[in-house]
Unconditional design. Sequence first.
Length: 90
Amino acid sequence: MLQVTGADRVLVGDRNRTSPVLLACIEVREGAQDDAKALLRQRLPRNRRINLRPIGERDGILVARISPLADPEADLSEALVAAGLARSIP
């Protein structure tokens, strides 16, 4: 995990490359972008190891479920929905 770049996207990488990733199955609520970014930054500090579960692609960007390796059951999309900052989409 390199950094949170938006309310629903992060930048991940290894030693050789970096890639943007969109969080799966959510739409961040209007006006909640700053709070959503803050929650993601709290849960995903820089250099945190994460688990990506890809579900597809949108506009050439990987869409995946993301959870910290320390807590593999903690899906960050679900955390944003539970906090009232996003809504689930199919």
